[in-house]
Design a protein. Sequence first.
Lengths: 196, 471
Amino acid sequence: MEKFTVLKGLVAPLDRANVDTDQIIPKEYLKSIKRTGFADALFAAWRHDPNFILNQPRYKGATILLGRKNFGCGSSREHAPWALIDYGFRCVIAPSFADIFFTNCFKNGLLPVVLREDEVDKLFYDAALPGFNLTVDLESQTVSTADGSKKFRFEVDAFRKYCLLNGLDEIGLTLRHEDKIRAFESRRKTQFPWYF
Amino acid sequence: MPQTLYDKLWDSHVVHVEDDGTTLLYIDRHLVHEVTSPQAYEGLKVAGRKPWRVDSVVATADHNTPTTNWDEGMAGVKDKFAKLQIETLDKNMKEYGAKVYFPYLDKRQGIVHVIGPEQGATLPGMTLVCGDSHTSTHGALGCLAHGIGTSEVEHVLATQTLVTRKMKNMRVNVEGPLGRGVTPKDVVLAIIGRIGTAGGTGCAVEFAGSTIRAMSMEGRMTVCNMAIEAGARAGMVAVDDTTIEYVKGRPFAPRPPLWDSAVAYWKTLKSDPDAKFDREVTLDAREIKPHVTWGTSPEMVTSVDSVVPDPDKEKDSTRREGMERALVYMGLKPRTRITDIKLDKVFIGSCTNSRIEDLRAAAAMVKGRRKAANISVAMVVPGSGVVKAQAEKEGLDRIFRDAGFEWREPGCSMCLGMNPDHLSPGERCASTSNRNFEGRQGEGGRTHLVSPAMAAAAAIAGHFVDIREWR
Ligand code: SF4
């Protein structure tokens, strides 16, 4: 997994609530057996609309997606973060995320940042201006504007932060506890043999 | 300290806890299907790893398998990408193995969330995961079941654990008898209408109350299936005699002498009387009517005797814009009576409503009638080969066929339209599935979520009807 430390980048505002993963990547694109190659699939149906943000030249090269509440609801498809990453996004900022999507982001080096609704409102206001950039600093857990006029703090679980900062493979980390897993498993097998 | 059902299921699976609460949770059962697993097996291979416990895996191909042309074998799969996924699963199963694999064309193949409980591969007290958000279905059996992403599929394969955090406890109580024509699907749509599609986010939801206790296992599965549409990764129902009766004698269920110890343990799987919930909601079942969604999110739902809402009456601007966009997409005008909405297609199937009870309820509405002329396709897709065989034994296939319905092979089918079954742009469908998102059943397609009986009646009438008045 790619490390995430500090990201400075252009912000693309997606002003819709409840953006579901069927929109992020429609099912027609789920037939691949690979993890990459989904850039064109991102928001494919909405991209038919010439005014859709990703079709506006001013947001070309954006790395930060600004969204509304309950972002990423619906299907568990990890193709959603894969498509966002393939397109070039490294961070999604929203007032709230759906649980499975939120987890899937961390597994792929895409940072989901939860800010308060009023903070997100302010960012949407600013993002209407061309060339609106933000700096997302995972170490200090802050999102700030280039001129320093706004700086918002966000929460992130210590373990997830550690994995992201260091680009660590979670399976490798878990296997450090191999003995514990084996011990647990053999206890369970004795106590509840019908699950084995 | 008194515990909730979720607390008990959680505690009995904790392997290790980090300082920040991140937990390594042991996984008993891992369901695998063709769409979200190829990248996980590929990842295993690249890292030179092997599955930790092969016999925890139960696999099937369901998402993009065709529901016609089974007599042609693999040649019946015309879409070459779908075929590659099905064959990749075959290959991975051959290479890595599983407790049991129901490949495409197998008599027991079907939707992963239908076959787990049906085969007794889902048991009370388990932790169960699958790379599919509707894994919440299995919680109906009193287990902790939820959807995971593909990286997590790989993680569970490699370590038999999940890195996760404890969710909050939420309880939804539904009390009282259900009226005539009101089904578990209507109950869960009413719940989502009340709490919203993010109402259960961050929570494990226990469905409780006399209405839920009176439901069959099939009904409880329908309710838990849609927990995710309320934002809750996991839904669950406490174990009772209905649960135990359901599990008894299924192919992978424990047998004597283990059966008795299993049952003794399962009977403890309920929330303690004074257990604390972070959130609690109560609905009166007597107030629930047959429900129909009118928009592009399951929370955009109303009762059949009502009208399409007017966005102008909505004060919250984000919500109002969402409603306006949904009405444009759905091609509906505010204040249209729900029963005036004309349909083009009807889909009876999906992991929400494709079990034998669902098909019986639909067949009861259809018997001796014909589908309306404006319904181009009315399709019945059983949830599994076992359901299909049972329905045929009862003659339900004849009832549907005689009424002009298509009787298909099992699979996800038009729930998500990855296989050839989908809506064309602008087509309007009464569907017993769980998602009415834009394009879910085909780009530009318009989905109304309803119960099997409501869908069947709509196919006969050509528009929605209030089945409480259906004769
Ligand atoms: S029937 Fe629909 S919701 Fe259920 S598993 Fe298949 S695609 Fe997903």
